[in-house]
Design a protein around this ligand. Structure first.
Ligand code: IPE
Ligand code: IPE
Ligand code: MG
Length: 238
């Protein structure tokens, strides 16, 4: 799906994917290049996330889904995990008024039971506060894994005693229920892999890989990704 926006804003690509998903990778390497601690890289990554969310909202993206913390990321050093959770807590709280001003709706995708009750309450309250907004839907994947998402869906189906379901029924049990599949999936930092992101939903997504590290992925880089997407011919097997 593509949205066509009136191209008033100079340098705005004419054809905007309705749903962009981003694997925001490379914070650690960005910090290492500057001989800084990894947490400084994560802070720079968070600041860039804020800029990219604002930009996507302004150019007419309907759905933006970002991979912020994977089920596998729990295996990192405890100190890094704690830094990331602290940054998430303070960052989202600080960013709330701006999301409210920008009419952004929020969803959190992932196994929230992995977080402590304070973080969970903060996330749930943020979603509630922004639920009346009508602009772009920002989905943040936290403690998210594509396999975990599919297995929790299957377990819920088993609990409900279902014996046979359709693809569209199944989609209703995924965290992304009600959200159309991503049109464009971007991964920064030069890794050419999925790392357990949106396994079901990416069946026909277009991928864009760039060597740029996430904190450096600016407007120009986003527009390059969108131009690359716009130049492709999607066939969906037809
Ligand atoms: C992405 O940056 C952020 C998270 C996965 C939380 P990384 O922390 O993976 O940075 P690199 O890949 O080590 O550079
Ligand atoms: C993927 O990045 C997850 C996020 C960006 C949140 P990783 O850095 O965790 O992925 P791998 O380990 O390089 O595959
Ligand atoms: Mg990484």
């Amino acid at each position: 799906m593509k949205n066509t926006v009136s191209n008033n804003a100079k340098n705005t690509p004419a054809e905007i994917p309705a749903h962009i998903a981003i694997i925001m990778d490379g914070n650690g390497r960005w910090a290492r290049k500057r001989a800084l601690p990894r947490t400084v890289g994560h802070k720079a990554g968070f600041n860039n996330f804020v800029d990219i969310v604002d930009l996507c909202g302004r150019i007419g993206v309907s759905y933006l889904t970002v991979y912020a913390f994977s089920t596998e990321n729990w295996k990192r050093e405890k100190s890094e995990v704690n830094d990331l959770i602290r940054l998430m807590n303070s960052g989202i709280k600080e960013y709330m008024p701006e999301m409210q001003r920008n009419n952004v709706k929020l969803r959190i995708l992932g196994d929230l039971l992995m977080f402590d009750v304070n973080s969970r309450t903060m996330l749930e309250n943020s979603v509630k506060t922004l639920s009346g907004n009508t602009g772009m839907l920002l989905s943040i994947c936290l403690s998210y894994g594509g396999r975990q998402e599919i297995i929790q869906a299957v377990n819920r189906l088993l609990d409900e005693g279902k014996r046979e379901i359709s693809e569209s029924d199944f989609e209703g049990y995924l965290y992304t229920s009600g959200i159309p599949d991503p049109d464009l999936i971007i991964r920064t930092s030069g890794e050419i892999r999925i790392s357990n992101f949106l396994l079901w939903q990416s069946a026909y997504s277009e991928y864009y890989f760039t060597d740029v590290l996430w904190p450096d992925f600016n407007k120009e880089e986003l527009f390059k990704a969108i131009e690359s997407f716009a130049a492709r011919k999607r066939r969906f097997g037809r």
